[in-house]
Design a protein. Structure first.
Lengths: 110, 177
């Protein structure tokens, strides 16, 4: 955890994508997340494990017929951390606008 | 480039990076919502099925009817039955984002509108002894479906997006996006 809710764990680009996707859903299928974010199975597994270890994500494994299905959802702690992270980003943006955008010009977006 | 952005104390993140992160979050919300909405082609397949049923009934040919009507109904039922579990198998939108009663009312309104257009047109044409009243009647209903179906989905999309955005706005007050 960092300053005023800013979360380094969520801040990492791939994890931000995963957490944002999960925040908008109750749960999402592993394959859906993988395909949506264009990740490999191993890359997604690794990031989900990190988030699971932090208590942000819950992984559910089940069988539908004979097929194994893995899904992920944000835990209560993960949803709270994400909310705090979003709030921190919004505050940063609001603060920099109050400080005067003219004084600190925006960097061109890559 | 003269001036450079100063990272926010304790985060190492600049204003531009914060803005980009928020944009990414919004994009993911949008993608999730779009993934659970009915695709445009679905309305066209349903409309084609309706017209096929109307044309078969107008043909007064029992063989044509016996083949076309069950086949069209089968395609429509299987398509509808398969699409919903397929979406539900992949993802479920957060409960606070779902369109709720407004979305359900819009879909119910669409069903009423399609049926009203079909029945009113077919009955009116049959009353005036116009040829192929059922084909034209079902065609009218199909046209309504093809036009209004995507509009209803657009409405649900906006509704869900508004709710998702509201959740994000509420985040600083302790809301959970």
């Amino acid at each position: 955890m960092n300053t005023a809710g800013f979360d380094e764990l969520i801040h990492a680009p791939t994890r931000l994508q995963i957490v944002s996707l999960l925040a908008a859903s109750q749960w999402a299928d592993f394959k859906y997340i993988r395909d949506e974010l264009g990740l490999s199975d191993s890359a997604l597994s690794k990031q989900l494990s990190i988030l699971e270890s932090a208590g942000y994500v819950e992984i559910r494994k089940a069988f539908v017929g004979k097929r194994p299905r893995t899904s992920a959802s944000l835990s209560k702690a993960g949803r709270h951390a994400f909310g705090q992270h979003v709030a921190a980003l919004q505050r940063m943006l609001a603060k920099s606008q109050q400080d005067g955008g003219a004084k600190t010009p925006m960097k061109p977006t890559a | 480039m003269g001036d450079t952005e100063q990272p926010e104390a304790g985060t190492g993140t600049t204003r531009t990076e914060a803005a980009a992160e928020l944009a990414e979050i919004k994009l993911r919300q949008q993608k999730v919502i779009e993934s659970v909405l009915v695709r445009v082609w679905y309305w066209w397949v349903m409309a084609a099925g309706m017209v096929a049923i109307g044309a078969a009934r107008d043909s007064h040919d029992r063989v044509v009817q016996a083949i076309t009507i069950p086949l069209a109904v089968l395609v429509m039922v299987v398509l509808t039955g398969a699409m919903i579990p397929e979406v539900r198998r992949r993802i479920q939108v957060h409960s606070a984002t779902q369109p709720g009663a407004h979305g359900a009312a819009a879909i119910f309104g669409l069903i009423v509108l399609v049926n009203a257009a079909t029945i009113a047109t077919a009955a009116s044409l049959a009353g005036h002894r116009v040829a192929h009243p059922l084909t034209i009647g079902y065609g009218a209903g199909a046209a309504v479906l093809v036009i209004a179906g995507p509009l209803v989905m657009g409405y649900c999309h906006r509704l869900m997006l508004t709710r998702a955005r509201q959740q994000m706005k509420d985040a600083p007050n302790g809301g959970t996006p």
